[in-house]
Design a protein around this ligand. Structure first.
Ligand code: WTA
Length: 640
């Protein structure tokens, strides 16, 4: 088991050790795990040069991550609750699965997957609501060495089909429907639509969750409960190489379609588990709750893999923070006596707006540590969280990381690192951040601001982007050769603490969800009346960033004009999903372009921010008049 750091002095010492000799450091941690065969070499790496990135941790080591969750923990945790599942509707009974029970279910489902021919290396798409079977399905895939690709159940049929095809999945695991607050989402229907364009899929497994009417396609679709009937629970885990793929998770970038970030077995396991006890100071017997959806990396790591590797009790919530009322989070904290609570700033801001009484009427005395992730937390939200939710006695860990990093990278260690509102503070041991200027020159010393890169590999980092290794190099390693480029800007203050400022590329963090502006533009451009569009982020009081779309249309009749905004929103919903719907749509006659035809997004961003007083050099614009027109028609108040 991993020992936790207990003091700031110990952190500083461990940090120094981890930088001076990373291989020794990580080897010491990996020794505490269960390996079928130890590695020959701790690390082999190359961030630049032929084949880059080429990163291998624990070379030739053999293991299975589920043996580290179950077999390793079983002797002491068989009867300990592993997952507490809280349903959407508080009137429905919760489910508690012990490590022993979860293990049986995972082995049985693993055997069921084998029964329909799924084997090591196959890609399995999972499109499920937040139900225990989602965790069971992902762990069963890992058990047999199939690579899961979980798609957030809010994505549309088109987005799902894109992801299934990119990874050529041969199986989709879904449910008839899913509940979210007052809504029922017809998941199977969405899968049916997606599968019209997915030739690689041979089967779907369908869980009965909502009981609504669905069509089962003969020969393709199998009910989960029928499939596991008469399947036994004897299962020996597939032996995986440390560098065998564990999962693919699609995420948005600056250009093109979302890319499949690939994580491998050994490094992801060692790194992500290491972060948990240190950042959150989890102790045996604590009840842990991460409110994310398993469709995003936070849920992969901090609802399923990491807490279970650590032998924790992990709460999984099917619903939303505001239903049946805005006290739902705090009611659940009280119900299960949650000790560590991990959520996103957007949820905090939404709850701040609902009033303090939703918090104060619940007993939150069990809380010890509060965490945030996904976007910068503004000082006001931080103070509310700290003072009202944590009653001033719970440290807040503002954790910076990414889908690509596998686990938390920069964060206070709860109760150990002195915190400051809205600062992610210091890197975890083993993480070597650096700031560079636009030319790629390292900015040394404190009190500097630049682009955040990472100097040295850490075990949990992505290895490639599925099916397109060159794209991985171009996206993360080409901009600043020799370093991993995060896409974020950051400031290192006088004390050496990091403050994450936000994305420096064309990615917007909307309610903590990563959305690429190019993807939204592509979706908008599918509308038959749209000629061109440009999308930027703009400050939004709850979501952090909202989506602002400037759209050029063909000549529209009055009637068409009256409906165009709603139609554009539904086009985006169809091609991506409701999370990418623009908040503001402005129909314009032109966009600010340079003579070479490049859109000057900087100008559109400034207008979206409501400040056109300092637009910088616009002399290279083809038609400077278009800027005034856009300011005049802006959807937000703009200072000139
Ligand atoms: C942003 C989520 C500020 C950042 C785990 C990053 C943050 C992107 C923080 C990754 C934080 C994440 N403070 N910004 N504490 N945590 N971000 O891949 O812009 O969904 O690049 O991973 O979220 O989002 P992703």
């Amino acid at each position: 088991m991993i020992n936790k750091i207990n003091s700031l002095a110990e952190y500083l010492q461990k940090y120094q050790e981890s930088v001076a000799n990373p291989e020794n450091f990580w080897e010491g941690i990996a020794e505490t795990h269960f390996w079928r065969k130890k590695w020959d070499q701790v690390l082999d790496w190359n961030f630049d040069g032929p084949g880059a990135p080429d990163v291998k941790w624990f070379v030739n080591g053999k293991l299975n991550i589920t043996e580290n969750i179950f077999e390793r923990n079983m002797h002491m945790r068989k009867d300990q609750v592993a997952i507490i599942w809280e349903p959407n509707d508080p009137k429905e009974k919760e489910v508690r699965l012990t490590y022993g029970e979860l293990f049986e279910k995972v082995k049985q489902f693993a055997n069921a997957l084998k029964k329909i021919g799924i084997k090591k290396g196959d890609r399995v798409a999972i499109y499920l609501p937040m139900v225990p079977e989602l965790a069971i399905a992902m762990l069963a895939c890992a058990r047999i060495g199939a690579i899961h690709s979980i798609v957030f159940a809010g994505f549309s049929a088109t987005a799902l089909a894109d992801r299934i095809n990119d990874a050529t999945c041969n199986l989709v695991i879904t449910s008839d429907g899913g509940y979210r607050g007052t809504k029922t989402i017809p998941l199977k229907k969405i899968v049916d639509d997606a599968l019209e364009n997915c030739p690689s899929v041979q089967n779907t497994i369908v869980l009965n969750r909502t009981g609504e009417d669905i069509t089962m396609v003969e020969g393709r679709d199998i009910w989960w409960h029928d499939l596991i009937k008469d399947v036994d629970c004897d299962n020996v885990a597939e032996v995986m190489d440390a560098e065998d793929m564990l999962f693919i998770l699609y995420t948005s970038g600056s250009t093109g379609k979302p890319k499949g970030v690939v994580h491998t077995t050994g490094g992801y396991m060692i790194y992500s588990e290491y972060t948990f006890k240190n950042v959150f100071q989890y102790s045996d017997g604590d009840i842990w709750w991460c409110t994310a959806d398993i469709g995003w990396v936070t849920g992969h790591s901090y609802i399923v893999y990491v807490p279970l590797l650590s032998g924790a009790t992990s709460v999984m919530f099917e619903g939303v923070p505001t239903w049946p009322d805005a006290g739902r989070f705090w009611e659940i904290v009280d119900k299960y006596k949650i000790n560590q609570f991990y959520t996103a700033p957007t949820a905090i801001r939404a709850l701040v707006a609902q009033g303090d009484e939703w918090v104060t009427k619940h007993d939150l005395s069990s809380l010890k540590v509060l965490g945030t992730v996904g976007e910068p937390i503004n000082e006001e939200a931080w103070r509310w969280y700290h003072d009202l939710v944590g009653k001033g006695r719970c440290p807040i860990v503002d954790t910076w990381w990414q889908t690509e990093t596998g686990g938390i990278m920069i964060s206070p260690l709860a109760g150990i690192t002195p915190t400051k509102p809205s600062l992610a503070t210091l890197p975890l041991p083993g993480v070597q951040p650096m700031l560079v200027d636009h030319e790629g020159k390292e900015l040394k010393g404190n009190g500097v601001e630049g682009i955040l890169c990472i100097k040295h590999p850490w075990p949990g980092m992505l290895r490639t982007t599925y099916g397109d290794h060159e794209r991985c190099y171009q996206t993360y390693f080409a901009n600043y050769p020799g370093y991993y480029f995060t896409g974020d800007g950051a400031k290192r203050d006088e004390e050496g603490y990091y403050r994450i400022i936000g994305r420096v590329d064309d990615v917007i963090n909307v309610s903590g969800h990563r959305i690429g502006t190019a993807e939204v533009e592509d979706a908008i451009n599918q509308h038959p009346k749209v000629n061109e569009s440009a999308v930027v982020g703009y400050p939004h009081p709850i979501k952090g960033a909202g989506i602002y779309a400037y759209v050029i249309c063909e000549p529209l009749s009055d009637n068409e004009l009256a409906n165009i905004e709603a139609e554009i929103r539904s086009t985006v919903t169809k091609f991506i999903g409701p999370i990418a719907k623009p908040d503001q749509i402005q129909i314009v006659s032109g966009l600010p372009k340079t003579r070479s035809g490049k859109i000057m997004r900087r100008i559109l961003r400034k207008i979206g921010e409501g400040d056109a007083s300092n637009l910088g050099d616009t002399s290279t614009l083809l038609d400077p008049g278009v800027v005034d027109e856009i300011i005049d028609g802006a959807k937000v108040e703009v200072k000139r």
